[in-house]
Design a binder for this molecule. Structure first.
Ligand code: HEC
Ligand code: HEC
Length: 287
């Protein structure tokens, strides 16, 4: 198609010479201000890409001439927060519990730190607010397996329970069924006795009571009230680890679960452990 540049009669502008079915294209140049802005932005963009981190590569990226990094900024922020907290956390570490609990400022720091530590580390097992789940004790009731004083709680957290820590709390309920110590009928009878401790009536527990006295009182106490020295739970309490149905009790007597609580001394520093102990103690059952 021949190109023919002519003047448009209405606008007075040149056409580009392109024509489609009688429609002619006007040659309307970009406004000057637009063009100069575009050029300015391009130049600024190249400059920005040189100065700041920009082009990605196979093994990293071009870091820019001024070495800017958001990670460095975050690190600096984190360090600043740690430094501002360090004073309080050092004091928590050095101060006995009795003094911390009577110092509202230290308590506020300990509770805030403990709450976060709990959510990050303990909640998956012990549930939100320490409510507990099957196999993982509630930390919000006054029914403690090992003890609910601040020092007891610190020991449980620091060394764990049946963990691989050398000073872990340890005690193992015998495997009465799995090791053939009691026959199935005896396990059933002693399980009935445990049910009677929680208030079930109308079952004959004479055989079970005898078996309990012979096999269980050493750890669970004469009346099944539990013994903290050996971490044997109170069998009369509604609060329990593994369930209160007869099947659950038979299963525990046959092959005890021997739940493991990890030790935290390698993962949390002393002040953080004290703080989370204060938080746990505050959940409702602290002694
Ligand atoms: C992997 C699961 C798990 C995690 C994570 C865990 N625990 Fe435990 N914890 C347990 C189990 C299981 C027991 C009960 C062990 C037993 O049979 O005596 C327990 C017991 C305890 C006890 C003793 C309760 C009592 O009645 O005497 C305390 C206190 C405790 N945990 C606090 C914590 C805190 C605080 C954290 C977080 C720093 C934590 N636990 C994280 C599993 C866990
Ligand atoms: C050497 C000490 C020891 C002896 C003996 C022992 N227990 Fe235990 N028992 C424990 C410990 C420790 C636990 C919690 C441990 C776990 O996680 O398995 C426990 C847990 C239980 C539970 C689960 C409690 C709950 O909260 O869910 C029942 C039920 C129970 N024992 C019944 C018995 C009966 C019945 C006998 C006797 C036939 C017995 N135990 C003998 C130490 C003992």
């Amino acid at each position: 198609m021949p190109t023919k540049i002519e003047k448009d009669v209405i606008s007075g502008r040149d056409t580009t010479g392109h024509e489609w079915d009688g429609l002619k294209e006007l040659n309307t140049p970009l406004p000057k201000w637009w063009l100069y802005s575009l050029i300015a932005i391009c130049i600024w963009g190249v400059g920005y890409a040189v100065v700041y981190p920009s082009v990605p590569g196979l093994f990293g990226y071009y870091r820019g001439t001024i070495g800017y990094s958001t990670r460095a900024e975050v690190d600096a922020d984190v360090a600043a927060i740690a430094a501002s907290r360090a004073g309080s956390m050092d004091r928590i570490k050095a101060t006995p519990f009795a003094q911390i609990t009577s110092d509202p400022k230290l308590m506020a720091v300990a509770m805030a730190s403990g709450k976060i530590t709990f959510a990050n580390n303990c909640q998956p097992c012990h549930g939100a607010g320490g409510g507990g789940r099957p196999g993982y004790p509630t930390l919000a009731s006054d029914s403690w397996i090992w003890g609910g004083k601040l020092d007891d709680i610190v020991t449980s957290i620091t060394h764990g329970i049946r963990s691989d820590d050398a000073d872990a709390r340890a005690s193992a309920m015998p495997r009465f069924g799995a090791d053939g110590v009691l026959k199935p009928a005896e396990i059933s009878a002693v399980a009935d006795y445990v049910l009677s401790l929680r208030g079930k009536t109308g079952i004959d527990v004479s055989a079970g009571a005898k078996l309990f006295a012979e096999n269980c009182v050493a750890c669970h106490g004469d009346k099944g009230e539990g013994k903290r020295e050996v971490g044997a739970p109170n069998l009369r309490s509604a609060v329990n680890l593994y369930g209160t149905s007869k099947e659950a009790i038979v299963a525990q007597i046959s092959l005890p679960r021997q739940g493991v609580m990890p030790s935290w001394n390698a993962r949390l520093d002393a002040a953080t452990i004290k703080s989370v102990a204060i938080y746990v103690h505050s959940l409702g059952g602290g002694e």
